[in-house]
Design a protein around this ligand. Sequence first.
Ligand SMILES: NC(=O)c1ccc[n+]([C@@H]2O[C@H](COP(=O)([O-])OP(=O)(O)OC[C@H]3O[C@@H](n4cnc5c(N)ncnc54)[C@H](OP(=O)(O)O)[C@@H]3O)[C@@H](O)[C@H]2O)c1
Length: 308
Amino acid sequence: MLPYCTVNKTGPIDSRKQNIPMTTPHTALITGASSGFGLLTTITLARKGWHVIATMRDLARRGHLDAAAQSAGVADRIEVLQLDVTNNAQIAALAALIEQRPTPLNALVNNAGFAMAGFAADVSDQELRRQLDTNFFAAAAVTRALLPLFERQRFGHIVMVSSISGRVATPGISSYNASKFALEGWSEALRHELRPSGIKVVLIEPGAFETDIWTRNAVISEATQAIAAAADSPRKSLLTRWRDRVQSRTKRADPQLVADLIAVILRNPNPKLRYAIGTDAWGALFAKKILPAGIFENMVYKNSGIAN
Ligand SMILES: NC(=O)c1ccc[n+]([C@@H]2O[C@H](COP(=O)([O-])OP(=O)(O)OC[C@H]3O[C@@H](n4cnc5c(N)ncnc54)[C@H](OP(=O)(O)O)[C@@H]3O)[C@@H](O)[C@H]2O)c1
């Protein structure tokens, strides 16, 4: 029987299409659940009756999630476990724990990530690797660790929180672009590979949303910080123009929209590969699609602030 179906006299009903309550709670595992999209998706799914395994690298940071769960009245549906997605031993231990359970895992949301700011020339090899470790290799590793379980079940949704920066590259965040472009390519191939098993792989591509990625979790490469601090440097005016342009764009969307989208996708038996979300993301994709490449390139260049 299909995993999300109940049976009546007329045959199987897909509970997600009919929007009827789930008969048994479904389970989702989310990475990076201490803030932003991860926290909101945890609460949103729990409100809808899911059991959520909310993972975070530092359990001392669970306070916001606990408070949100208490005020939503869903604390009993949320299990908080430690997972630093760059720690292979922790990934293996978590996968082993979940494998032992009698209940299926219906969804994995690879959400943990951060953004490294700095022009390509000013990001060290070590910094670039750190960016790809978290945003790409870790998502691949967590997915691989849980794939045997998903393949035995022959169902499940694997959601990758990518970014519009995985479709359109812009100056100043080349490392982030590289990590999300890698995630996009890997996930697209994985979707084809898992199709015979009935496992759905989905990419979410948000534009700019108001989360800690812009503040507490913002990472600026060391060389970029040195240029910014220098009294004079040939690159300083370039950096200042770019930074001023980024900082002038303070209008960011409500991250709850992304959590709501993920909840809808997890109830869709046939989700698309890609879901862009946010007016800025839709605008960028539309412009890239309809404009001649040279004109689109000029538009990105001029909008980035680095053009003189
Ligand atoms: N907000 C946006 O505008 C935007 C747009 C497009 C895509 N995204 C993507 O959305 C995802 C979530 O980001 P967010 O916007 O919600 O930002 P956020 O509030 O900063 O959340 C990021 C989460 O990832 C966690 N994290 C970072 N490194 C980790 C690691 N090694 N192991 C485990 N957890 C780790 C953080 O944990 P700590 O609390 O311990 O730091 C935090 O919980 C990211 O993949 C990001 O690239 C965001």
